[in-house]
Ligand binder design. Structure first.
Ligand code: HEC
Length: 193
């Protein structure tokens, strides 16, 4: 079909699509140029690791035992599965070892992949020393306090969060749950009259 056989409405429509495409390509190129000139990563890194000797063995097993088919950690593995970077800041060593051996009773509900007869059921039957090395590896994947991967909130006490808790948290919560910020050593200045 020749361009002058198109109806005016079609020309406008294709014109708009064409402009959007050109805009997207130019933006992408500009972003990549900007990124290549930065001397620091564009987004701050919020997870870190410092492996012990056993953690390093676990890191190797993490790849060799195909955990990377479904998980990502330390820039290895897939993006479509569960990311385990930072898990050592959210879960204890005990929990992690128990999860690897008895996934569903530890998870307290059915798992997608780790339970009996599931694709990752083999994990529970790995030899003890391998499970242990994997646990050490996982527990050494830490997250910066206050980042989305961390269990504890940011160090500074946030007035905004205080207001939100005051407005929305039912008073029963105060007796049922404890405030993680107290664990992080952040007492509310207003409560210490
Ligand atoms: C077939 C995919 C698959 C494989 C292989 C796999 N996992 Fe998982 N894993 C999952 C999924 C999915 C979850 C989320 C829980 C669920 O529903 O199964 C998970 C959860 C986890 C968790 C988090 C538990 C929690 O409470 O947050 C850990 C730790 C873990 N896997 C470790 C491993 C290790 C170590 C290996 C290799 C020895 C491994 N996984 C192999 C799919 C897999």
């Amino acid at each position: 079909m020749k361009i002058n056989q198109l109806k005016p409405g079609e020309k406008i429509l294709f014109g708009i699509f064409g402009l959007m495409l050109v805009f997207a390509v130019i933006s992408f190129i500009m972003l990549e140029i900007y990124r290549s000139r930065l001397d620091h990563p564009m987004y701050p890194t919020t997870t870190q690791f410092d492996f012990s000797a056993e953690g390093k063995i676990g890191s190797r097993l993490f790849r060799e035992r195909n955990c990377t088919d479904c998980h990502r950690a330390v820039r290895n593995g897939t993006n479509h599965g569960v990311v385990l970077d930072g898990i050592g800041s959210r879960k204890s060593v005990d929990y992690l070892e128990k999860f690897l051996r008895h996934p569903e009773s530890t998870y307290e509900t059915k798992t997608v992949d780790h339970g009996l007869n599931k694709q990752a059921a083999y994990v529970a039957s790995l030899p003890d020393d391998e499970i242990h090395a994997l646990t050490v590896f996982l527990s050494e994947l830490k997250a910066t306090q206050g980042s989305a991967d961390a269990r504890l909130p940011m160090r500074e006490r946030s007035g905004f969060v205080d207001e939100m808790v005051k407005l929305w948290a039912p008073s029963a919560w105060k007796s049922e749950y404890h405030d993680l910020r107290q664990e992080a050593g952040q007492n509310n200045p207003k409560e210490n009259h």
